[in-house]
Design a protein around this ligand. Structure first.
Ligand code: 5AD
Ligand code: SF4
Length: 445
């Protein structure tokens, strides 16, 4: 039996940080409607699956998750909402294939979730995959969450059309949120205890807008305005495109102390031939130059990237060029993926698809090199004194986990520190994925 009178909900987000942000906003929206978050062990009456479509059998995974939800033994069936990029890509096809799904809502339409839930209560199938530019932000309730580190979406969508990527189809065209709306949301977060804000966008450094005096501003200007917010201690941004590393942003890395020394700049491949086939519109050289500009503004910057191995037509020589680029850049961390053909994208129909075992081999070699670099980067911070923003408790009793300025996870003994504190620590030890540190003293809040 379907439970058509939901009192509790759960939002399960998959994929990128934009989805994490959207998932939090959906939760806030449902709470504003009087629903309560379900407890850890308790089955929710309404489950929102906030899906990702970027790689590998995403849709298949969603269907099997739906199947699990609808066959909870001995319990009434929850209302099931599919949100996110699979919802956008598949639309009304989802309830046709999985009749137990009640709501389908795209990433640009989730402000309508309360209305869709109302329709689902009546037994209707409610589908909304409209893409009105930005109206969702105006329709969302105020921020409620107060994590020490919060996301804030400032830009959505992508006009770049890399030939492997679904994002331009699922998230729509590049749109920047207005200056005042972003500053208002940042203030609301800081008022509720947030110390660090990560500005999010599929192409966050393409953000542009007008400040309160009507002057054109880029992301660097926006970061400058956030710098002036008392109570905000740290600013980050992600994800950037190499072609949009403009001068104001590079300058912000030199001038704004709150801007953390971390740059996530995807490159995908170290071969110009493959970059061209990917329609990346930058070269290996222009990518390296963008990093050099940021490094001269902020010499301790930690560089991160994204890589795809096995793009159609990638030869051993192309792949070795990627390894050479990794050697030249020296990454603090990075993400690397096997190419996954996305239905409807140009690359999915390209000749010379690379066999799975070749992709596996290349991914292992690339990840081996990236792991070495990450470990070396982490080890180089041993002995350093730095500031940690404490974000959560660890598994061991009395243990806290926070982030260094370079986005490393640092474990420490709690002492007098608490979640939300900025703590001065000395780094004692480093592994590939985390560091441990000892608090030196409690810094002024
Ligand atoms: N196959 C593999 N990886 C992909 N990415 C995007 N699309 C694909 C695809 N079709 C990766 C890129 C991007 C990151 C978010 O996901 O590296 O930067
Ligand atoms: Fe996808 Fe390329 Fe846009 Fe990034 S820049 S979201 S990889 S199309």
């Amino acid at each position: 039996m379907k439970n058509r009178n939901p009192r509790t909900f759960q939002v399960k987000s998959f994929g990128c940080q934009m989805n994490v942000y959207d998932g939090q906003r959906m939760a806030e929206l449902l709470e504003a409607e009087g629903l309560a978050p379900a407890g850890e062990a308790e089955p929710a009456d309404l489950v929102v699956l906030n899906t990702c479509h970027i790689r590998e059998k995403a849709a298949e995974k969603v269907y099997s998750e739906i199947g699990r939800l609808l066959h909870r033994p001995g319990e009434s069936q929850p209302l099931v909402a599919v949100a996110g990029c699979v919802a956008q890509a598949e639309g009304a096809e989802i309830p046709r294939r999985a009749p137990g799904v009640d709501i389908v809502v795209g990433p640009q339409a989730y402000h309508n979730l309360p209305e869709l839930v109302r329709r689902a209560r009546q037994g209707e199938k409610a589908v909304d995959t409209d893409m009105p530019a930005l109206s969702k932000f105006d329709a969302l309730p105020g921020r409620r969450r107060q994590a020490p580190a919060a996301f804030l979406t400032v830009q959505e969508g992508c006009d770049k059309f890399c030939t492997y990527c679904v994002v331009p189809y699922t998230r729509g065209a590049e749109v920047s949120r207005p200056w005042a709306a972003i500053l208002d949301e940042a203030k609301a977060l800081v008022d509720r205890g947030t110390r660090e804000i990560t500005l999010l966008g599929q192409n966050v450094n393409a953000w542009e807008g007008e400040d309160e005096k009507g002057r054109r501003q880029g992301l660097g200007g926006l970061i400058g305005a956030l710098d002036a917010l008392p109570g905000l201690a740290r600013i980050r941004y992600t994800t950037s495109h190499p072609n949009d590393m403009r001068e104001d942003l590079v300058r912000a890395h030199a001038e704004v102390a709150k801007l953390m020394p971390f740059l996530h700049l995807p490159v995908q491949s170290g071969s110009d031939r493959i970059l061209k086939a990917m329609n990346r519109s930058h070269s290996v050289e222009s990518y390296v130059r963008a990093i050099e500009r940021v490094r001269s503004a902020r010499p301790d910057i930690a560089v991160s990237g994204d890589f795809i191995v096995g793009f159609p037509g990638e030869t051993e020589e192309d792949f070795e060029a990627t390894l050479l680029l990794v050697g030249a850049v020296n990454y603090a961390q990075a993400y690397s993926f096997k190419y996954s053909p996305r239905p409807g994208t140009p690359a999915a129909g390209m000749p010379d698809q690379v066999p799975a075992e070749v992709m596996d081999d290349r991914l292992q070699r690339l990840q081996g090199l990236l792991r070495e670099q990450q470990l070396a980067f982490n080890r180089a911070t041993v002995g350093a004194r730095t500031e940690i923003l404490v974000e959560r408790t660890g598994r061991k009793p009395g243990q806290l986990i926070g982030k260094s300025p370079w986005l490393q996870s640092v474990h420490l003994e709690a002492g007098r520190a608490a979640i939300g504190d900025l703590v001065e620590v000395q780094i004692l030890d480093a592994g590939p994925n985390s560091l441990s540190g000892a608090p030196l003293m409690r810094s002024a809040a």
